[in-house]
Design a protein. Structure first.
Lengths: 317, 317
């Protein structure tokens, strides 16, 4: 990477955890040096509206609108529209706030008018004052589908409706074979001097991105410094079902397990201080371990972790 | 009409004024004796959602959800979704509350799933506990278009965006030639023992209904007792731009002017006590005048006027 002042960073992210590190990166890097590519495997239609949970979490986080308590949705949002939809007979198990509904209404309208999801995302994030590029992984639909002991479930059905309860047997990314990286993602893949895997769920957030044709190969053979931050700390996910799913799919639920998932895709794995003992195992997988605090509670934590990641990139040159 | 206990009433209505009398009728007549046919010439797409202002006003009025102060929308509704849509760059001159949005979201979803507007309306009104039939005039789009000195405007552009300011030169009902009465309207036309023209705008609410092919002829030649309530009292509309538009189109702005608009369609015109002096003029148009209080402020007023209308029907047998 050509010095702290010049190199381009491609960050790959899912929802809440990924958005935290992305916020830190965005506080340090100017817009022209950062592209944030977001998983859209969780996208789903609710009430006839196109909902993009991870894009929205990223958008709300970077715009400062996000709900710090829940991690999703807009801070202080009300739920009148959803309550009325329930009265009107709609199946309303997915929580959508009134301000949040505006995002989905506007996105759906612009998509129906013929804009791509990339164009719509650029429009919506720009309107909320975000200067950094947030781009969907693809403009074509890719949907994460889980085979579970409660049947075939979409990501949101699994995560929200069933509260991540059913055991996961396998995961596929429907539609991936007909998708391609979004223009912003393709450009970032070409020009990146560093690739950062944010601390997101390897199977539900990062794997859908890797499932887009050409992405895995491009990253496997990339000359950029590639750094991942483990979403698994102390034997479980910092948040969400990543640990549970890794275990159900037969992986070791640890930063070492994450290292194995990302083998060939990453050069450096950032793991939490409490997992320092796993450093040798991570080296044995062929990755350089980097130990630091990875728990991001405050914005300062997010900026500090982002700074550490960028320093690792610098020192790897 | 076969007695107060048996005859069927078809009520034709637009928005607020019409909904008031319809509420009175619904408080007196059991569901099997009343069909309320509502103008859909005001329907418009906002934010990609199908909004049916008159159907909604009728629905909110009969369900008790309506805002008594404004006449439109849901009582106590909030406006978070619309405020956010404005932030996101949407053109948000048409006021839509959060609960109101739920109606439009659900309607749009069900229409996109292939239901007709009649089916959707039946579903939504049923969910809100309304037992009486509220039916759109047609399941095909008919749009009221005004040629004004500010250009060609849709009904909502004229009424809301331009606050009914521009002078109206002519009005047409686009799409009417390809429309047909909704199934519920067609059935009510066949079986009605009485037809009530609620006190709605003759040009913007009743004329679109008459523009649906076959309706004007069916009512002109109908054997039912046909009673209209004048929306013009004391030389102006009780509410809205009906008076202004009648004047601009060269009609007399009075109950007598209304009688002329409905010539051949109605047998009885109910006019307000303050217009009693117009009775002879109304007789000269070929209609029977009936003088009573037509200003409906309380629910009791609405029921009283509905009772008077039904008594006129009875006495005409």
């Amino acid at each position: 990477m050509s010095g702290a002042s010049g190199g381009k960073v491609l960050a790959l992210a899912g929802g809440v955890g990924g958005a935290k590190l992305a916020l830190g990166l965005a506080r340090i890097l100017p817009p022209e040096r950062l592209t944030i590519v977001v998983n859209t495997g969780d996208d789903e239609e609710f009430h006839g509206l196109h909902v993009s949970p991870d894009l929205d979490t990223m958008t709300y986080t970077l715009s400062g609108w996000y709900n710090r308590e829940t991690g999703w949705g807009v801070a202080g949002d009300s739920f009148e529209t959803l309550a009325m939809l329930k009265r009107l007979g709609a199946d309303a198990w997915f929580n959508l706030g009134d301000r949040d509904f505006a995002m989905h209404i506007r996105r759906t309208q612009l998509l129906r008018q013929g804009m791509t999801l990339s164009q719509v995302t650029s429009e919506l994030t720009g309107r909320l004052g975000i200067e950094h590029c947030i781009v969907p992984m693809s403009d074509q639909p890719v949907r994460t589908v889980l085979e579970t002991d409660a049947g075939t479930l979409s990501m949101q059905e699994y995560f929200v409706k069933h509260r991540a309860g059913p055991a996961v047997r396998s995961i596929r990314y429907a539609g991936a074979e007909n998708a391609e990286p979004s223009p912003g993602f393709a450009e970032a893949l070409r020009s990146a001097d560093a690739i950062v895997f944010c601390p997101s769920n390897p199977h539900l957030s990062v794997a859908p991105i890797m499932a887009v044709p050409g992405v895995r190969d491009a990253i496997s053979g990339h000359m950029a410094c590639r750094v991942a931050v483990s979403p698994i700390v102390g034997g479980d996910a910092v948040r969400g079902p990543a640990g549970k799913i890794m275990g159900e799919l037969g992986a070791e639920v640890s930063a070492a397990g994450v290292a194995r998932e990302y083998r060939g895709l990453c050069d450096v794995l950032v793991l939490d201080t409490q997992d320092a003992a796993l450093s040798d195992t991570i080296r044995s997988v062929g990755m350089t371990p980097a130990v630091t605090n990875t728990i991001m509670q405050t914005d300062d934590d997010k900026i500090a972790l982002a700074r550490t990641v960028l320093q690792l990139v610098e020192s790897a040159e």
